[in-house]
Design a protein around this ligand. Structure first.
Ligand code: NDP
Length: 285
């Protein structure tokens, strides 16, 4: 058996088409969705992510602005800028590209963003709403994964979902969203002994670690759905995930490739959140 692939790239293109129509409809009501991205320092990976966000915004019809600050920016200066953006009615979404330079407290910065403009879905108020099962801005990568599963009509309710990795941006929130969809969720991490005994139970296995080839075919239950979030560069300089894709696809029923899997969905969900923010803020006036 060879697994069916979920090409996030194709699904992202379909969703972006719908978002473009929604942005055009909002424009007819004089609502112009606007995203402000703040980049502190000159990390090349961050710069490339930010470029992707600008490109997607332009494609959909979201106005976007990039504010670039030097790595010497103080926390107070950054908090002042966010305060200004919070008050600016023309700004619907604020995204501070992470990671920030080590002298800045990331959580303090996230906490300072108006939750209504927190299109990354990282503010504690939005994390709390997600936990309560309320409608809010969900973190983009996990939300994208849910859309991918739904695009294949995967029945999540009642399934055992095992998450490898417990970061605030991927591992924890994907577990919560799957729980909200009535999966039985097991979180695993670097302190989990005998990881395989858990991954082998997974009907849905989500791997978000950042270690090439860490999940082998033997770690996967026959017929499982495998979502590979990892992004690594192998010895030949090629992008790879955390899963041994070539062998895993012979065991899994559905699997996501890297590249072209989860990655393209992340930015698309950011676009979706930004349009949602523009609609919600216009309705609140
Ligand atoms: P973090 O580094 O924040 O978290 C990694 C997690 O992996 C931690 O919870 C850590 O556990 C766990 N871990 C480390 N080693 C092991 C191990 N041996 N066994 C089990 N768990 C382990 O990473 P992120 O969550 O931010 O990202 C994970 C990967 O996903 C990265 O490759 C990143 O590039 C990629 N990514 C891709 C995105 C996309 O859009 N495609 C978006 C975001 C991330 P502990 O907490 O105990 O340290």
């Amino acid at each position: 058996m060879t697994a069916e692939l979920i090409y996030g790239k194709e699904l992202a293109a379909t969703i972006r088409k719908e978002l473009k129509q929604e942005a055009a409809a909002l424009k007819e009501q004089d609502i112009l969705p606007h995203l402000t991205v703040v980049l502190v320092g000159d990390d090349p990976a961050s710069r490339s992510y930010v470029k992707g966000k600008e490109k997607a915004s332009a494609e959909i019809g979201i106005s976007s602005e990039l504010i670039e600050l030097p790595s010497s920016t103080t926390q107070t200066e950054l908090l002042d800028l966010i305060q200004r953006l919070n008050l600016d009615k023309a700004v619907n979404g604020i995204l501070v590209q992470l990671p920030l330079p080590s002298h800045i407290d990331e959580q303090a910065v996230i906490n300072s963003i108006n939750p209504e403009k927190d299109v990354d879905g990282f503010h504690p108020a939005n994390v709390g709403k997600m936990m309560l099962g309320e409608d809010t801005y969900y973190p983009c990568t996990p939300y994208g994964i849910i859309q991918m599963l739904k695009s294949k009509n995967v029945e999540i309710a009642g399934k055992t979902a095992v998450i490898v990795g417990r970061s605030n941006i991927v591992g924890k929130p994907i577990g919560q969203l799957l729980l909200n969809e009535h999966a039985t969720v097991i979180h695993t991490h670097s302190r989990t002994p005998d990881l395989r005994s858990f991954t082998k139970q997974a009907d849905i296995l989500v791997v978000a670690v950042g270690r090439e080839q860490m999940i082998k075919a033997d770690d996967i239950k026959d017929g499982a759905i495998v979502i590979d979030v990892g992004v690594n560069r192998n010895a030949e300089g090629k992008l790879t995930g955390d899963v041994d894709f070539e062998h895993a696809k012979e065991v899994a029923s559905i699997i996501t490739p890297v590249p072209g899997g989860v990655g393209p969905m992340t930015i698309t969900m950011l676009m979706l959140n930004t349009i949602k923010a523009a609609r919600r803020q216009a309705a609140a006036v």
